[in-house]
Design a protein around this ligand. Structure first.
Ligand code: AKB
Length: 339
C-alpha cells in the first residue's frame, strides 16, 4: 500500500506560508501537505493535496501523517515570532524548539523509510544576531554568518539553536550507533530579514513596523511607528524571500559551502521608509512613538548582512530593490487590496 508523496509545509497560514504554497503549486513539482494550528485558509487549501489543522507538538498527529504520506521535503515555517515569544518565552521554546525537534525526527524517520534524503528547509532569522549597543551596531556594519550570534530574544535563541539541531541531524545524528545511515536529512536554513508582503500583514514580529506602516497608509489609517526614525535593519520583498527559499531547496548539495545562509536585499531606516510611503500615499499620517523594549530588540539586530555565500553558492539575487519593490510589487497590489 503506497503512501502519497508530498512536501510538508508547517505554519501554512503564515506570511511565508501563503507565498510559498502558491509558488509550490505554480511550480507543480510537489504535492503540498499544508499543516497549521488553524484551518488552512480556503484560498491556500485549494492549492494543496491535503490540509491538516493540528499542532506540530502532537506526536500522534505526526505519526498519523507519516502513516498516510511519504514526505520528501519539509518547509518548517511554524514559529512564535520575536515579539510574541517575549510574552510567553517557555511556550515559544516549546513550539520553536521542541516542535522543530519533532519535525527533524519525522524527517529522519521518513528518510530511513523511503531511502531518499529529506530536504528540511528552515527559516532562521536576523534575530539570531545580538549587537550589544548602537555603537557596536554602527561599527559592525554588514555582519557575516559567524559574527555577533548572541541573540537577546527567546525567538533568536530558538532559531540559533535550531540551526545547530538541523546541522546535527544532517551530519552527526546517532554518531555512535552501529550502522546508522548518514544523510537522511538535508538541512538548509536561511536567516531571513524583515519581510514585506503586499497580501498579508505580519503579526508578532518586531520587524513588523515596516509592513504595518505601509498597510496602514494604504488603508488611510494613522500609524505610530514603534521604533525611532533612525532605526535600520534589513528587509526584503516577500517574492524574493520565496525565490531564495526555492533556489536553496533546488541547489545541488555539492554546491553548498554551509547549511545556514544570510540573505539581504535593502535596509532603509524607518524614517526613510516613512518618507517613501508618504510619496506614494501623500495623506499618510505616520508618527514615531518608540516602544523602549521593542526598540532595544531591533537595535540589537544588524543594520546589514553579508550574503556573499548565498550569492556564490546558489545564486541569491533579489529582483526587488526598495524602489522597485514599492512601485512594481507593493503599491499596485496593496492599493488593489484596499481599493
Ligand atoms: C520578527 O520580527 O520576529 C521576524 C524576524 C525578523 O525574524 N519578522
Amino acid at each position: 500500500m503506497s503512501r502519497k508523496p508530498v512536501v510538508l509545509v508547517t505554519g501554512a497560514n503564515g506570511e511565508v506560508g501563503h507565498g510559498l504554497i502558491n509558488a509550490l503549486a505554480d511550480e507543480a513539482r510537489y504535492e503540498v501537505l499544508a499543516l497549521d494550528l488553524r484551518e488552512v485558509d480556503p484560498g491556500l487549501a485549494k492549492r494543496c493535496a491535503a490540509t491538516i489543522a493540528g499542532d506540530i507538538l502532537d506526536g500522534h498527529l505526526l505519526d498519523r501523517i507519516a502513516s498516510e504520506y511519504e514526505i520528501h521535503a519539509v518547509f518548517h515555517l511554524a514559529a512564535l515570532l520575536s515579539t510574541r515569544a517575549e510574552f510567553v518565552p517557555e511556550t515559544a521554546h516549546a513550539v520553536n524548539v521542541e516542535g522543530t525537534l519533532k519535525l527533524l525526527k519525522l524527517a529522519m524517520d521518513e528518510g530511513r523509510s523511503h531511502g531518499q534524503p529529506v530536504k528540511f528547509m528552515f527559516p532562521s532569522s536576523i534575530a539570531v544576531y545580538g549587537l550589544p549597543d548602537l555603537a557596536a551596531k554602527a561599527a559592525a556594519g554588514a555582519v557575516t554568518e559567524t559574527e555577533w550570534t548572541t541573540p537577546r530574544t527567546m525567538y533568536g535563541c530558538n532559531k540559533l539553536y535550531c540551526e545547530q539541531l538541523g546541522r546535527y541531524y544532517a551530519d552527526f545524528y546517532r554518531q555512535l550507533a552501529v550502522n546508522e545511515a548518514r544523510g537522511q536529512v538535508d538541512f538548509r536554513a536561511i536567516r531571513f530579514p524583515g519581510l514585506i508582503s503586499a497580501f498579508t500583514v505580519p503579526s508578532g514580529g518586531t520587524s513588523d513596523y515596516v509592513p504595518e506602516m505601509l498597510h496602514a497608509a494604504a488603508k488611510g489609517e494613522p500609524y505610530a511607528c514603534f521604533v525611532r526614525p533612525d532605526t535600520r535593519i534589513t528587509f526584503m520583498a516577500m517574492p524574493d524571500a520565496i525565490d531564495a527559499l526555492l533556489k536553496l531547496t533546488r541547489a545541488p548539495a555539492e554546491k553548498l559551502s554551509r547549511r545556514v545562509y544570510n540573505i539581504g536585499a535593502f535596509n532603509p531606516s524607518a524614517g526613510e521608509f516613512a518618507d517613501l510611503v508618504r510619496r506614494h500615499f501623500p495623506g499618510a499620517e505616520i508618527g514615531f512613538a518608540p516602544h523602549e523594549q521593542r526598540q532595544a530588540i531591533v537595535d540589537s539586530w544588524p543594520a546589514d548582512v553579508v550574503d556573499r555565500a548565498a550569492r556564490e553558492d546558489w545564486g541569491h539575487e533579489p529582483a526587488y530593490d526598495l524602489e522597485r519593490a514599492m512601485t512594481e510589487y507593493l503599491i499596485p497590489n496593496i492599493s488593489k487590496r484596499y481599493a
